[in-house]
Design a protein around this ligand. Structure first.
Ligand code: ATP
Length: 453
């Protein structure tokens, strides 16, 4: 079961501290959200799972964390200054603005239904900001619209400092900014978001095979995070809809509460980017249409040792949205269940490695010093195992604590009661089955570790 509506998720996220409208107390800003105490843990866990699978568990990738402020020269050569646009139309009647390709009824304003719309014109989605103390327009930077361009501009630095050879990849996670015309559907389409991007460099001619490999790998990863395979769709992007750099793109779509849309895109960017950022492009047979006469001082190429020739590698790029991942996984994990004929509960059946809180330790009575001290000790010992956040719940209301931890997806709750003082055991309650069992404190670390592995 998933959530039935987006409203159910929005409400849970606010109630339990996953997500808040940004600048809320001043009325909010459209397209911006803040991750609260549970949201930040959940998002970090998701990013960590990606990093682990893309960097730590492979032997052919490196990581990077580059600056967000980007030189206009880079974004000129990448094609973004000229082509990173959406078609914008204005409604002359109600003065609202829309993305022409997202009008539900052709040529009708979704707000007032007027047909008095302007012709579509390209609107560049990049945010600009001044660099340095004088804001006279001569010195500015863009907030990066995707994380990958700095991977390309650092290509040589990384090659030189790691001695990698093709095929290999460079991974980066972090913020990207797009001045979306109509941000909507909660955190699905926002103006500030995070991406998890891998640029995987391969020899031309092997790119089609590597592309297939990464499409399948990425679907497998999302399934391992808890998304049902039948809710993921592989969509071939039509030739006339491909981004300016792409030879072929396959979108991994997910059935979100508002409908099926892109969760991740896996593109074959060919030699477009490295080619565009390379000096003396004429030395290479670059297959894509790239900007000629790059002002770069660097040759972003590698040597084919057998053929003794330099070439520009092709790039396969799996690019996933962190926030869209958060939304998809919250939706997948959402359950509403009847506990008995009078009581319902909501729970997030998240995979334990993604749960914001791994375990809650709850003393049965809040002011009983022996119970509270023992609970603190148990909490501290579990925390030291380094598997994520463990909390002490010192409110004395077991029922309320169970409900709260079901809703934020905590896999286990440990209750310390008066019997614990006698038999040195705690009651462990499982989130999904609600089954309870006694586990001795001595065995708790092993029990807990096994639970998470
Ligand atoms: P869309 O067609 O939905 O606008 P896109 O094709 O422009 O997306 P890409 O440029 O391929 O998106 O970006 C890679 C990933 O970044 C997307 O799959 C998505 O998960 C995420 N992403 C892109 N734009 C946004 C946004 N405005 N808000 C949240 N996530 C986004």
């Amino acid at each position: 079961m998933t959530a039935q509506t987006m409203e159910e998720l929005v409400s849970l996220c606010k109630r339990r501290g996953f997500l808040f409208q940004s600048n809320d107390i001043y009325g909010g800003i459209k397209g911006l959200y803040d991750y609260g105490p549970m949201g930040v843990e959940f998002k970090n866990n998701l990013k960590q799972a990606w990093w682990k699978s893309i960097v730590y568990e492979r032997d052919d990738t490196e990581g990077l964390d580059a600056s967000i402020l980007s030189s206009p020269v880079v974004l000129k050569h990448s094609g973004h200054e000229d082509t990173f646009t959406d078609p914008l139309v204005d409604c002359r009647a109600c003065k609202s603005r829309w993305r022409a390709d997202q009008l539900f009824e052709n040529n009708k304003c979704p707000n007032c239904k007027s047909e008095d719309l302007t012709d579509p014109r390209p609107f560049n989605l990049m945010f600009k900001t001044a660099i340095g103390p004088v804001d006279d327009g001569s010195s500015f930077a863009y907030l990066r619209p995707e994380t990958c361009q700095q991977i390309f501009t650092n290509f040589k630095n990384i090659l030189d400092s790691t001695s990698r050879t093709v095929p290999f990849g460079i991974a980066q996670m972090g913020k990207a900014f797009r001045n979306e015309i109509t941000p909507r559907n909660f955190i699905f389409r926002v103006r500030e978001f995070e991406q998890m991007e891998l640029e995987f460099f391969v020899k031309p001619g092997t790119d089609d095979e590597w592309h297939e490999y990464w499409i399948n790998k990425r679907i497998e990863w999302w399934v391992n995070q808890g998304i049902k395979k039948e809710n993921l769709k592989k969509i071939e992007v039509e030739k006339n809809e491909l981004a300016h750099y792409s030879k072929r793109t396959v979108d991994i779509n997910y059935v979100f509460p508002h409908g099926e849309e892109e969760l991740e895109g896996v593109a074959n960017r060919t030699d477009f980017d490295l080619g565009s950022h390379t000096k003396n492009q004429n030395d290479f047979k670059i297959t894509s249409e790239v900007m000629k006469n790059s002002s770069s001082t660097t040759k972003l190429a590698v040597q084919d040792l057998e053929e003794k020739k330099w070439y520009i590698p092709y790039v396969i790029e799996p690019s996933a949205g962190v926030d869209r991942g958060v939304l998809a996984l919250l939706n997948e994990a959402y359950r509403e269940e009847n506990v008995d004929k009078d009581n319902k509960r909501i729970l997030l059946s998240l995979k334990p490695h993604l749960s914001p809180i791994k375990a809650a330790v709850i003393p049965l009575k809040k002011n009983k010093e022996e119970l509270v001290n023992l609970s603190k000790e148990i909490k501290s010992n579990l925390q030291k195992l380094g598997l994520g956040r463990v909390v002490l719940e010192n409110s004395g209301n077991i029922g309320k604590n169970y409900r709260r931890h079901d809703e934020i997806g905590t896999p286990i709750c440990l209750t310390v009661d008066f019997e614990t003082l006698e038999d040195k055991s705690v009651t462990v309650r499982d989130r999904d089955t609600m089954k309870q069992e006694r586990v001795s404190i001595e065995n708790l670390s092993e029990y807990y570790k096994k639970y998470f592995n």
